[in-house]
Design a protein around this ligand. Structure first.
Ligand code: PEP
Ligand code: MG
Length: 571
């Protein structure tokens, strides 16, 4: 049977299902007779848990380095901690409790003790570690399988209720051929990551987890959002052919890698890449990007088990800048909050996290975190054409305050005799308020980049993570198009350029309108660059301007889309 949900990342995969389910472990109190035997089971469970952690540690060390792997050494120490073991043993001997129950209550005691030390970030981290370890040992003791993305060692399609951005970051591209989740929309971060990793993906596939079994065969078409569970061989063949076609087309576009993004009547724009890690640079270069238009640095933080140091950050930023000589690299400061969390940073529970203490707001609260990043960026500025970008700016004051912190960091570094290169400062335009004060913001900026993912969410008051309101993600709506025009015009009047790094920049159908509105730079996942460049090279700028002006006065998205369709049919 054909099923359809939201296409999130292009490409076709045919592989077995790997169900990624979060498991809640509950223990029950029973009174046992043979404590010796129960203790020996516990020791065995602890030993197997240690062996499992060693595998994860070694893998992490290979893929993410020694620093990230260190957390797993701490996990081994907790499992082997004699104090915890003796306490469990005493509880079992004195109360005749079963091992799982005794282990659960003892570890819970430590967890709440550490958690109660609210001001101590180190202890908070230890609480998270004990929780993780306890779950692993209990799962072994109770014979429950925990999903482990690192254990994937053959081709699979990951099926999950949701994948957090850090779950997604852990997926091994060598084996994970696609993923499909129950929740999320086109602009949720796991969807964005899938596009960056070039993993075909579908989101918003309600109830998919209960519809499939582990190892079912699945066909996933990330171009249309169609998927099949245990399809007939003929259908698999059909999709294998589609897959070959898709890959051939990708190959054909490679001839455009060194070409300019220029229209037939010689209007030139730039097509840059969105990245989430310095490891994405290969794909950026292979796809002929004319710069990096958005480096989402939060993934550097999410892939780490503790706050990345100034040096770790400096090295990552420097690597990207050095890989793109003579091209601009826009590095966005930490945009955490909303759907992006850090295991090691305690954040207040918020009713509406997307409207809460997110991005630059959080950085101004956690000033030391902000300063560490800004210092790393300024140091890296020496190695390329760095553009620093602040996310989620809503007012001129916020921008001025953020720039003050930047200037203070610069002063500090100069006093320390650290070389600093030329750099530019800009902001994301992603909160509706900024559209109307764009000229005032432009006075303090070298560039703008429009973040349509958030701009659309805030304009339509529709959570970008909620598939039920996904119909309100309407990039072609005249309200959005008019906002884009206002920003571009205000920027040009102030003599600065405007790019777009939201997902709309890679909506193929939006290209003529954005071009016609005067957008200077389009930033997108590397895999979309060449197709967009080919389209722009076939366009006429004057014609695009007329079309863009015309649709601004339309009533709704449907009218705009209809007009675009007519345009396409008329060639
Ligand atoms: C956006 O909001 O459009 C954007 C590019 O930022 P993010 O998706 O990371 O919020
Ligand atoms: Mg945003």
């Amino acid at each position: 049977m054909e099923n359809k949900a939201i296409p999130a990342s292009e490409g076709i995969s045919i592989a077995k299902v790997f169900k990624f389910e979060t498991v809640e472990i509950k223990t029950e109190k029973t009174v046992i007779k043979n404590v010796e035997e129960a203790l020996s089971d516990l020791k065995k469970a602890m030993q197997t848990a240690v062996e499992e952690v060693i595998v994860i540690r070694d893998h992490t060390q290979k893929t993410m380095g020694v620093e990230s792997a260190a957390i797993f050494d701490a996990h081994i120490q907790i499992i082997e901690d004699p104090e915890i073991f003796n306490e469990v043993k005493t509880t079992m001997e004195s109360e005749s409790y079963n091992a799982a129950y005794a282990y659960d209550i003892v570890t819970k005691k430590y967890i709440s003790l550490f958690e109660s030390m609210e001001d101590n970030a180190y202890m908070q981290e230890r609480a998270a570690d004990v929780k993780d370890v306890s779950k692993r040992v209990l799962a072994k003791l109770l014979d429950i399988d925990l999903p482990n993305p690192l254990s994937i060692n053959s081709d699979v399609i990951v099926v999950a209720h949701d994948l957090t951005p850090s779950d997604t970051a852990q997926l091994n591209k060598q084996y994970v051929k696609g993923f499909i989740t129950e929740i999320g929309g086109k602009t949720s971060h796991s969807a964005i990551m899938a596009r960056m990793l070039e993993i075909p993906a579908i989101v918003g596939a309600k109830k998919i987890v209960s519809q499939v079994n582990q190892d079912d065969l699945m066909v996933l078409d990330g171009l249309t959002g169609v998927y099949f569970i245990n399809p007939k061989p003929a259908l698999c063949e059909e999709y294998k052919e589609k897959q070959t076609e898709f890959l051939k087309e990708k190959q054909r576009l490679k001839t455009l890698v060194n070409e300019k993004s220029i229209t037939k009547d010689k209007h030139q724009v730039e097509i840059a890449a969105n990245i989430g890690s310095d490891e994405d640079i290969d794909s950026v270069l292979q796809n002929g990007a004319e710069g990096v238009g958005l480096y989402r640095t939060e993934f550097l933080y999410m892939n780490s088990s503790s706050m990345p140091s100034e040096t770790v950050q400096f090295e990552a930023y420097k690597k990207v800048l050095e890989s793109m000589p003579n091209q601009k690299v826009i590095i966005r400061t930490l945009d955490i909050g909303g759907d992006k969390k850090l295991d090691y940073l305690e954040m207040n529970e918020e009713m509406n996290p997307f409207l809460g203490c997110r991005a630059v707001r959080l950085c101004m609260e956690e000033i030391e975190i902000f300063k560490t990043q800004l210092r790393a960026l300024l140091k890296a500025s020496y190695y390329g054409d760095l553009h620093i970008m602040f996310p989620m700016i809503a007012t001129v004051d916020e921008l001025i305050e953020a720039k003050k912190v930047l200037k203070n960091c610069e002063k500090e570094l100069i006093e320390e005799n650290t070389p600093i290169g030329d750099y530019k400062v800009g902001i994301m335009i992603e909160i509706p308020s900024t559209i109307f004060i764009a000229k005032h913001l432009a006075a303090h900026c070298d560039f703008f980049s429009i973040g349509t993912n958030d701009l659309i969410q805030y304009t339509f008051a529709a959570d970008r993570m909620n598939e039920t309101v996904a119909y309100l993600y309407q990039p072609f709506h005249p309200s959005i198009l008019n906002m884009i025009k206002m920003v571009i015009d205000a920027a040009h009047e102030a003599g600065i350029w405007t790019g777009m790094c939201g997902e709309m920049a890679q909506e193929y159908k939006a290209l003529p309108i954005l071009l016609g509105l005067g957008l200077d730079e389009f930033s997108m996942s590397p895999s979309s660059i060449l197709k967009s460049r080919e389209a722009i090279r076939s366009m006429d700028f004057k014609k695009a301007q007329t079309l863009a002006l015309e649709v601004l006065s339309y009533k709704d998205e449907a009218e705009v889309l209809k007009r675009l369709e007519e345009e396409e049919n008329n060639g």
